[in-house]
Write a protein that binds this ligand. Structure first.
Ligand code: SAM
Length: 279
């Protein structure tokens, strides 16, 4: 008999056609489906002819729920974890189950599929080579401001989930902290009829959201371009080292040696040396 597996199964974030065939196969094959909200998931499962016993699960479920899932795996049968929409564990419950399954030595297998953060990033037109998923900001204005301030110098593209009734206040707070001109994207109602992807500097994006009540409805992802990388600065000590070396060495060699001593970039020291020479 095949070893039991805990499958992490994504479901669509709006468009049922995004249900991947492997997700259907896996859900039809398992002995138990742990679901965030059984009533919410039932119509989707029925649509795909999935008739498997279900167990409600959320991150505050008591130990007995996790034990029940482990005991099914212990009996040699596989379990699937789903959430209301998208990929479980991404701002959704499931971490405790996955953690427990690993601790007990069971295989945990992901089925890749819909995820609002990745869909927004892929179509938003902001740098996607490095990004940082922040999930939901605090609903309290002061705590939200502090969270944003802690991200002020983050150079990777930031991804936030936001509730529609808070999106305007959040984008305004982002403009205040990150600057009016920082590029951002509102990705709303992805894969649904009113899908909207709007890219604009933060202040302009906030004004646009404020001017159209429809932009404060539905489900939202907000992307914000990262801060520009800080230029390395030549501090007083590095300038002193460079000047001492320049007194006895050609600039190129002085910059090379100063770079080794200070850890700063050779080119930065060379450029600083040039301007010292011209002073
Ligand atoms: N696990 C889900 C995922 O993989 O994206 C996210 C679940 S989280 C509880 C729900 C939030 O995801 C929404 O409030 C919204 O910020 C974002 N979201 C989900 N579906 C979306 C959609 N179709 N368009 C835009 N954002 C969406």
């Amino acid at each position: 008999m095949a070893a039991p597996v805990l499958y992490i199964v994504p479901t669509p974030i709006g468009n049922r056609l995004d249900m991947v065939p492997r997700a259907v196969d896996v859900l039809q094959s398992v002995a138990l489906i742990a679901a965030e909200d059984m009533r919410h998931s039932k119509p989707l499962l029925t649509h795909f002819d999935i008739d498997v016993p279900m167990l409600p699960y959320h991150d505050h479920s008591d130990e007995r729920v996790v034990s029940r899932i482990l005991s099914v795996l212990g009996g040699g049968e596989s379990v699937a974890l789903i959430s209301d929409a998208g990929t479980p564990l991404i701002s959704d419950p499931g971490y405790r189950i996955v953690d427990a399954a690993h601790r007990e030595g069971y295989s945990v297998v992901p089925v890749p599929g819909a995820c609002a953060a990745i869909a927004a990033l892929s179509a938003g037109g902001l740098p996607s080579d490095r990004f940082c998923f922040e999930g939901f900001l605090s609903s309290k204005a002061q705590a939200r401001l502090q969270q944003l301030q802690s991200l002020q110098d983050e150079t990777r593209t930031l991804i936030f989930y936001e509730a529609p009734h808070r999106v305007l206040d959040s984008v305004r707070a982002m403009a205040e902290v990150f600057g009016a001109e920082r590029m951002a994207v509102l990705a709303r109602e992805l894969t649904k009829m009113h899908e909207t992807i709007r890219r604009a500097p933060l202040a302009e994006l906030a004004d646009w959201i404020a001017s159209d009540a429809n932009q404060q409805r539905g489900e939202c992802v907000v992307l914000v371009q990262g801060a520009p990388a800080q230029e390395q600065a030549l501090d007083a000590e590095a300038a002193r080292v460079l000047q001492i070396l320049m007194a006895d060495l050609p600039l190129k060699q002085a910059a090379q040696l100063a770079a080794k001593i200070t850890g700063l970039k050779k080119n930065l020291l060379y450029q600083a040396g040039l301007s010292l020479q011209s002073d």
